[in-house]
Design a protein around this ligand. Structure first.
Ligand code: PGA
Length: 252
């Protein structure tokens, strides 16, 4: 059985103190509740070292939202995979649409980051998804195929086992307009077929594929009930404790 995961993507939100309060609230809520889904908090870098102590002994994982493609050295302002790993973090998001569009990160760079993150021992939450114009011109499958082929499929099978895919249609991110469960299922099943074609059906069956884009407590159950949707990558709704905890509990 593949893992079900609900990951929060805090983006550039939460100063130190409110971040500590949010993570503590989530930890305490789940301290005596079992969940079907694994929980991951992807926070700004400033929280990572603190989360090591704060989440110690809990079943909540944590990670970063980006990393450098270089190992170390004169790259002012960058954060390396090994720095992230050294905080005890287990995950890094790579290829989020905001990194692709606002920071010009392309397939080749994202592949280098992914490869390095995995070599360093991190699990990668790799994002893919099409723009609204791309869906309207019905090239959304081709776009996602290109993102996966160029950004991921150079990995060998053992490396690929450390990848979690997040399908996030860009038109759904932060817009309040989520994909329908059917639209999510259709793309997730297509992604699983691509993985099957590259790595075989066993790996495809074991790969966790998350949906992201305006996922909230009120629509999560319906989206997560689709057979190829294994949980979610949650932006805005991960900043509110009650909302995020309810989304985690929507994975049945
Ligand atoms: P959203 O963001 O839930 O606020 O739409 C999702 C994401 O960007 O990961």
């Amino acid at each position: 059985m593949r893992k079900r995961i609900v990951a929060g993507n805090w983006k550039m939100n939460m100063d130190l103190q409110p971040g500590i309060e949010l993570a503590t609230g989530i930890r305490d809520y789940f301290s005596n509740r079992k969940t079907v889904a694994d929980i991951v908090l992807c926070t700004p870098y400033i929280h990572l070292a603190i989360l090591k102590e704060l989440l110690n002994g809990s079943n909540i994982g944590y990670g970063a939202q980006n990393c450098s493609a270089e190992t170390s050295g004169a790259y002012t302002g960058e954060i390396s995979c090994s720095m992230i790993k050294s905080t005890g973090a287990g995950y890094v998001i790579i290829g989020h649409s905001e990194r692709r569009t606002l920071f010009g990160e392309g397939d080749q760079l994202l592949y280098r980051k992914t490869k390095l993150a995995i070599t360093t021992g991190l699990k990668v939450i790799f994002c893919c998804g099409e723009l609204l114009e791309e869906r309207k011109s019905e090239i959304h499958f081709n776009i996602v195929k290109r993102q996966l082929e160029h950004g991921l499929f150079g990995l060998d099978e053992n490396e690929f086992k450390n990848v979690i895919i997040a399908y996030e249609p860009v038109w759904a991110i932060g817009t309040g307009l989520n994909a329908t469960p059917e639209q999510a299922q259709e793309m997730h099943s297509y992604i699983r077929k691509l993985i099957d074609g590259r790595y075989g059906d066993k790996v495809a069956d074991e790969t966790t594929i998350l949906y992201g884009g305006s996922c909230k407590a009120s629509n999560a159950s319906e989206i997560f009930s689709m057979p190829d949707v294994d949980g979610g990558l949650i932006g805005g709704a991960s900043l509110k404790k009650d909302e995020f905890c309810a989304i985690v509990e929507s994975v049945k």
